[in-house]
Design a protein around this ligand. Structure first.
Ligand code: ZN
Length: 166
């Protein structure tokens, strides 16, 4: 804590604003240059576990790079989480092309996310793993703001942006 009572490094219950670039297999997957920085309460599990662990103690304005294993990122790929579905079961408005992400509802009414691996003859192969499962994640990050979370934010477990109370 500094004399103003605001945190000077990343610790639990601090609202962190982070510029980041995520690179996987040499390709930029996601960057705050396009989407803006991410903001989260440290320790709330809002970001992938390996990144949350890696940034503890980073100072305001500090930059670092991390490599995070799949297990500490989006998990290992489950080879069982692949399904072949007849093309005729998809509504015609869905573009059936590799890489397309789908939101599906199973028989119990739970929502599932999957992406199309391949489309062959009458069969669409779906992968229910996260698209980054099994991948090593390379993060380049910079801490651009730190502040104490409010009691209400801690209670809700997420950041309240100015003017967005809920
Ligand atoms: Zn809230």
């Amino acid at each position: 804590m500094s004399e103003t009572g605001q945190p000077t490094s990343v610790e639990d219950d601090v609202v962190v604003t982070l510029d980041y670039t995520l690179t996987v297999d040499g390709e930029i997957i996601d960057t705050s240059e396009e989407d803006g920085p991410i903001q989260f309460i440290q320790g709330s599990g809002h970001i992938v576990a390996g990144l949350e662990r890696a940034i503890y103690g980073m100072q305001m304005g500090e930059s670092k790079e991390f490599t995070i294993s799949a297990a500490d990122g989006y998990g290992e790929e489950d080879p069982e989480a692949i399904a072949d579905i007849p093309r005729s079961e998809f509504p015609p408005e869905i573009p059936l092309e590799p890489g397309v992400e789908l939101q599906l509802t199973d028989k119990e009414g739970d929502e599932l996310e999957a992406y199309i691996v391949s489309v062959d003859k009458g069969v669409v192969r779906l992968n229910f793993n996260h698209p980054l499962a099994g991948k090593e994640l390379h993060f380049s990050v910079e801490v651009t703001d730190l502040r104490s979370a409010t009691p209400e934010e801690l209670d809700h477990g997420h950041v309240h942006e100015a003017g967005h109370e809920h």
